[in-house]
Design a protein around this ligand. Sequence first.
Ligand code: CP
Ligand code: NVA
Length: 303
Amino acid sequence: MNHLLTLQDLSREQILGILDLAKNIKADPARYATTLTGKSIVTLFEKPSLRTRVTFDIGVNRLGGHAVYLDQQNGAIGNRESIKDYAKNLSRWCEAIVARVYSHKTLQELCRYASVPVVNSLCDLYHPCQALADFQTIAENYSDLSQVKLAYVGDGNNVTHSLMLGGAILGMEVAAICPMGSSPDAQVVLKANELAKANGGKIVVSDSLDALAGYDVVYGDTWVSMGDDTPLEQVKERFAPYQINQQMLDRYGIGHVLHCQPAHREFEITSAVMDGPQSIIFDQAENRMHAQNAVLLSLIQHD
Ligand code: CP
Ligand code: NVA
């Protein structure tokens, strides 16, 4: 594993290895406290962030390393100097580049010229670090991931794609239940189906909420992703039936609730569910740090 751009590049063993390491880091942080001593990680963000920015910064610090945050003070990546030069310069100073970008192509360009690992911390197509933390959180509640049925509801987006691809590799059943016109990308669905077939998983894409029956975990995300200026109020009516609320959980016998956050309470999820007993949303947020630390230790030569 040289970079982490999308989970589809990983084998089942690699994903399970990262999840296992994440579990160990969480259980015994002292054992890993000096693994990145003397190492620096650059995290660059074209888009806003709370969880990703803070968990990489504090996470790297917990491993004894140093994180350098780059925002858009110089404008979008590639404006002041080429992405090529950006990658070639950063590679002389740091041991890994973590990047949150508008376009997946920017990550591919960074990878082409960087001589250090590049980690995708969200782009238009994928959010692999998120999905790894999600699988870690599910594994904390279910003994065998391959037996878990996970249903994403709402807008088919970057998070949906990473859950489908990663879940397929892990042999899970993953459903994307999205209103018509907001389905996940057809190419990604094709790839996820292919991976599911090879790994004993199953992918379901539907606009019908009744497809939720029998799922263990329901997962929500914003109805409007970063980079899209459509006001939430404007899409509220179309997405309202897909809101995660207690009635939905009871009707379909759902066990647990995940949401990648930031959440819009009373839009895609009710406050009562988010703070309720079936929510494992804040464990999920905590696990961002452990899962990412496992990714960094898997990519960087360390003690
Ligand atoms: N879930 C997530 O990536 O959160 P941030 O956008 O706050 O980083
Ligand atoms: N789909 C969301 C995820 C935020 C963490 C977005 O891209 O804005």
